[in-house]
Design a protein. Sequence first.
Length: 447
Amino acid sequence: MYLRKYFLITIVLIFINYKLILCDQDISISSLPNLIIFKRDGIFKKYKVISYLGHGVQGSVFLIEDIQTKEKFALKVQPKKTHLTCNYIAELFKNYLRHENIVEFYGYYNDSNYEYLLFEYLPITLLDYLDNNIETFINFLFIMKQMLDVLNFLRVQKIVIGDFKFDNMMLAENLKIKAIDFGHAVFEKKQKRLFSDKDIKNGKNNHKKYLYIAPEIRNGQRCSSIADIYSFGYVSREYINDVTIKDGKVSDFFEQCLIPDPKIRISADVALIHPIFNTLYDFVFCFADIKNFEISDNDTKIKLHDRIIYYEHPEYSFELHCCCSKNKREFSKFKLNQNQKLLQRKTTNQEEAEQRAYKLLKFRAVVGNHVLPIQHLTFSYHNELKKLFLKLNIEQVKYKVVKNTLKEKTTRKKIMIKILGISVLIIVIAECLLLSIIYRINNIKNK
């Protein structure tokens, strides 16, 4: 009886291990079909496998090519027998993960052996890029801002990545980043533990390679999207040198990201308006003094009326309300607690930085039905905002030139009036003197 029980347990363990091996093993190109067919935009398209790219949570990743257009894509392939289903990830992407800083998802397909996920192809991870390139601090800030844009989006969706790191971020053109791997992602209401009681008891959860994961996740507690802020802060801080870290704004920012207690840790929406990011908005200024105007440039139309700018673009249209415009609308997805400070520890310079951040908060960007701080505008909108203020700067210069010209004309006119007045006065005085002389001469003659 004992041997039979032992034999059954052994068989079960072998079966479980076999499933785990299937999940983790790399799939060879030769095991895949010669042609892979996906339905995109209502049309069946054929793809051929080019090369193996790597291994992720959901199986192996391959570079494939559209036979007709030669366009390249990334294909995730997973054996059907694994305990994780690609269909779940597909539904997650289709229904919840639509954001310009998240990889584009194109389709799901399965056959008798495998499940397939089709994504846009991005050639380099953020980790590889930063390991092989020395980036300026302001550019790294722009990268950090985009990662926070993703986390802020997921905060609203109540989704936790749980495994946030730079090799799960890809780099596109113009330093645009995209999140790719959501294999550990869960909804806040439907959580799964990354570490078992055994892992916690044995101290595996505190192994060096897991220290970037938030304490609440490592300790098996329930977590929210704010757990990803800890991971973001941990991995980002490693790429900033010690000199920069000593800057008050920088050190304050990372201290708030890495607070062990999630209840008082900074959230993504507040992190985006932290003074550390002020330099990304050096181009922003109050445009209340600029007169109403309307200009068109290619497909873009800009109209300024009563301190509100209407920016019309084929893809990225928005309204921008000046910092001093009246009747401001309340933010639709953001609310800063009145007692909440952007900086926890401040010097005189840092107080100025905090005031600048609050000044930026007075602007209102209206995108669709949402009223946002300009610091919450994502990659493409941020770039359009820069173009807008470049145009505003030109209009401001024009306005100053016209204003100065009018001022000069007014000054000249005043001078001419004064000269004319003096001339008239001189003529009057001269006439009076002449009449006086004539009067005296006549008196002398009469005598």
